[in-house]
Write a protein that binds this ligand. Structure first.
Ligand code: MTE
Ligand code: MOS
Length: 813
């Protein structure tokens, strides 16, 4: 019903209501997170007889298992059972898209170094882990593909290449006044959620199973486990109260661990828990895809792009997982905020003998955007322009310049206004001039500044996933039980949806019980992903609450003999014309005695969207989320050490459901993006072994890496032209890409070594080593001068003062 999807235009919290929409309510679990009272799966009291699991890992990247002698494993102390591929009761497959290329345990063929090939269940975790090391396995090695280049050369793909195009890019390039071609190498990223993967399966009657699983996608875990067990979906119940972070890493990667725990629980009749050790988690689960981007762009004297040819190659690892959708989203964000003229985008999904890469905040979008932002800087350097002017010259505009490469017009572009506002508040122009003047007289320390926009498409590009369900009960005392298909991973989804229900019933937030996601309550849900958790579950929960509210209104109209239009829900109370003024709880009680149902489901399907992948055209997104960041950095050209000295962010969350939660998402997303682009470096050796599988060798941002001066604001003119939930905008992923401004500011600092006249081919991550290499490549002579200058005492003093507080580069980072 259309009127149910309609939305209010509330611009401020409702006076007298505590915790309705637009209020900065704190995260419902905030105090419990900091006191340690929040129950994560490994905190659940273990029933008597619980078994603990440990995976046994392959020690080659690719090959046949010719002998697997597990007798020592089986006879080790405490071992109760050992699983191999032969022990899987149903289908040996946990591939999310049913590509059947991802076994629970492989049947004879190893596909990556560290792949789990058997699994031990023992009385204690220590016993299971110790036993897992006792296997006697012989392999016949096969050639392994360990790089994107090798995969491209051998045409090794997990899915067909895909093309998106508009116009004739070849002739646009041929006739362009200027042309620039290059290659960018983009690194991957480990999710580094604080809580690693964990699944706890408890056997039920009749061979059924109940699983506590740290997953963003309970329904898919349910369906996959049913297949693995050879049972119908109704034999499996999956519950998740909260994750200690997911970031996309628990959209599909939870399946294997849930499957192993379930099989052990069914086989032994005992509860079974699989909690991965951090190193195993980093070795055995997928990460952000690393990419290679080859590009050729044509542009005019003002820096306007008239044609582009962009080719992506994504490292998908050994299986398809979500790689097709992720590689597609990179293509959808090739343009970021810019009209590219005639354009062809090709994408290759490379199959390698590495762990299968997966969703990570932005879902391929960041990889698409980081390339176009470097391209824009290169155009600016080529023409001697301020990169910001090249950016704004290329912004989507009116008819004729508002068409994306996938033939969806951009109708809600707020970037010109947002840019104007951030230009004023950040004082970018003046600071850039000051920085250029500083760099001209500072031989060793160089500063950089960059302002970059974000335009991010909101909706799952697989259209059918854009649906959600909710379940709301009102009890006789007026308290409310809220459930929906979304999962909580720290992002504040549960509080936002509760606020929506509080607003609908006009009752304080404290009357609404937030409950664990459970496949027995709301079925057939989509992953909590694509940033659309609040958009979709908020609408579904509101529709459920409206159904109950409509029944209450109809009941009160009859009971008090008034027209329905005379009944108003105001904070805490219900006003029935001039006949009655009663509390919400009193009305609920009366309705119960009047035999009115006080429980309802709610459902929502995102309107307007459609997409034809064959022709790569349609409207895949309901709307776009926008933001912009201005970052300033400082580098030491002798060591590559760097720090972020100031960041200004303006981000458009539409009209915020909860400004406190949204601010947290923007800060967190930005810092996580900064980690991806600067310090987090994944490294595999020639045998295909990942050697950065612990925080000792993998450097995520620490508190001290926070920008010294961090000014972040929700954009006050923010609005959603579409009828989203209370006109808010999704906020989970878009802010990650604001961090591209840091990478571009680092490039500005590096370019200053050659007076800003040479393009620094800075890849990601821009670690201190990478920055140093870029500096050396750019201007060896300049650096020699700098070196002798730095012997000067004064310069040395100035340098250590300027860089005080910069953390030393980490080993392996
Ligand atoms: N914030 C926290 N604290 N923890 C997370 O795991 N995941 C991000 C983002 N913000 C994440 C997070 C990702 S990848 C997505 S898609 C969204 O939250 C999902 O939640 P939402 O749809 O409710 O925004
Ligand atoms: Mo987020 S990468 O869509 O889980």
């Amino acid at each position: 019903m259309l009127d149910k999807a309609e939305t209010t235009d509330l611009i401020a919290p409702t006076p007298g209501l505590t915790g309705g929409v637009r209020s900065a309510s704190k995260h419902d679990s905030g105090p419990k997170h900091v006191t340690g009272e929040a129950v994560y799966i490994d905190d659940i009291v273990e029933p008597y007889g619980t078994l603990h699991l440990a995976p046994g890992a392959a020690t080659i990247a690719h090959g046949k298992i010719i002998k697997m002698d597990l007798s020592k494993v089986r006879s080790a102390p405490g071992v109760v059972c050992v699983l191999t591929a032969d022990d899987i009761p149903g289908t040996n497959d946990v591939s999310p898209a049913h590509t059947h290329d991802e076994p629970v345990l492989p049947d004879g063929i190893v596909q990556f170094y560290g792949q789990p090939i058997f699994c031990v269940a023992a009385e204690t975790r220590e016993q299971a882990r110790a036993a897992a090391k006792l296997a006697d396995i012989e392999y016949e090695e096969l050639p392994a593909i360990l790089s994107i280049d090798d995969a491209m050369a051998q045409k090794s793909y997990v899915a067909e290449p895909h093309v998106m195009k508009r116009g004739d890019s070849a002739s646009a390039l041929a006739s362009a006044p200027h042309r620039h071609a290059s290659r960018m190498v983009i690194g991957g990223q480990d999710h580094f959620y604080l809580e690693g993967h964990v699944s706890f399966a408890i056997p039920q009657e009749d061979g059924d199973v109940f699983i506590h699983c740290s997953t963003q996608h309970p329904s898919e875990v349910q369906h996959n486990i049913a297949n693995v067990l050879g049972r119908p979906a109704n034999a499996v119940t999956v519950e998740v109260r909260r994750m200690g972070g997911g970031f996309g890493g628990k959209e599909t990667q939870s399946m294997q661990w849930a499957a192993l725990a379930s099989i052990v629980a069914i086989k032994t009749g005992r509860p079974a828990k699989m909690r991965l050790d951090r190193d195993d988690d980093m070795i055995m689960t997928g990460k952000r895809h690393d990419f290679i981007v080859d590009y050729d762009v044509g542009f005019d004297d003002s820096g306007r792009i008239c044609g582009a040819d962009i080719q992506y190659a994504a490292n998908c690892g050994f299986s398809a997982d979500l790689s097709s959708a992720i590689a597609d989203r990179a293509m959808f964000h090739t343009d970021n905020a810019y009209y590219l003229g005639d354009v062809e985008i090709r994408s290759y999904r490379c199959k390698t003998n590495l762990v299968s890469n997966t969703a990570f905040r932005g879902f391929g979008g960041p990889q698409g955007m980081v390339a176009i932002e470097r391209i824009i800087d290169e155009i600016a350097i080529t023409l001697g322009l301020d990169p910001l002017d090249v950016r704004t010259a290329n912004y989507y505009g009116d008819d004729g310049r508002n068409m994306t490469p996938y033939h969806m017009p951009v109708e809600d572009n707020v970037l010109p206004e947002l840019t104007r506002d951030l230009l004023a508040s950040s004082n970018y122009r003046q600071r850039r001039a000051e920085i250029d003047a500083f760099n001209a007289q500072s031989p060793v320390i160089k500063r950089g500044i960059a302002m970059t926009p974000v335009k991010f498409g909101i909706s799952f590009t697989t259209t059918f996933l854009n649906q959600a369900g909710a379940l709301v009960h009102v009890y006789q005392d007026g308290s409310v039980h809220l459930n929906h298909g979304g999962t909580e991973m720290g992002q504040g989804l549960f509080i936002k949806v509760a606020q929506v229900v509080a607003e609908e019933f006009q009752i304080d937030l404290e009357h609404i019980k937030i409950t664990a996601t459970n496949t027995g309550k709301v079925p057939n849900t989509s992953a909590t992903a694509a940033s659309s958790g609040a958009d979709m579950n908020g609408m579904a929960a509101r529709n459920a609450a409206r159904t109950i509210k409509d029944r209450l209104i109809a009941f009160a109209a009859t009971h008090y003999k008034v027209g329905a239009a005379e009944i108003h829900f105001v904070p805490g109370r219900v006003i029935v014309g001039d006949v009655a003024d009663i509390s919400f709880a009193e009305l609920v009680k009366l309705a119960y005695f009047g035999r009115i149902s006080l429980s309802a489901t709610g459902y929502y399907a995102t309107p307007k969207i459609h997409y034809d992948r064959e022709t790569a055209s349609g409207r895949p997104f309901f709307y776009f989320a926008y933001g912009m960041a201005c970052s300033e950095v400082m580098i030491d050209t002798l060591t590559g050490e760097n720090k972020v000295t100031r960041v200004d962010i303006l981000h458009d969350v539409g009209q915020s459901l909860n400004p406190a939660i949204d601010r947290g998402q923007i800060e967190g997303g930005f810092i996580q993006g900064m980690g991806w682009l600067t310090s987090e470096e994944l490294w595999w050796d020639d045998a295909g072994r990942i050697r950065t599988h612990a925080p000792s060798t993998y450097k995520i941002p620490a508190c001290s890496d926070r920008p010294e001066d961090f000014r972040m604001e929700l954009w006050s003119s923010g609005r959603n032209v579409e009828k989203s939930i209370h006109r808010s905008k999704a906020v989970g992923e878009p802010p990650l890409m604001l961090a591209i401004s840091v990478h571009r500011a680092l490039a500005h600092a590096v370019a200053s070594v050659a007076q800003g006249k040479v393009v620094p081919a800075l890849n990601t991550p821009a670690t201190p080593e990478a920055i140093l290499r870029a500096v050396l490549r750019l201007a060896d002579d300049t650096v020699h001068i700098a070196r002798s200058d730095s012997n000067d005492r004064q310069e040395k003093g100035a340098r250590s003062a300027a860089m005080a507080g910069v953390s030393a580069p980490q080993a392996g980072a």
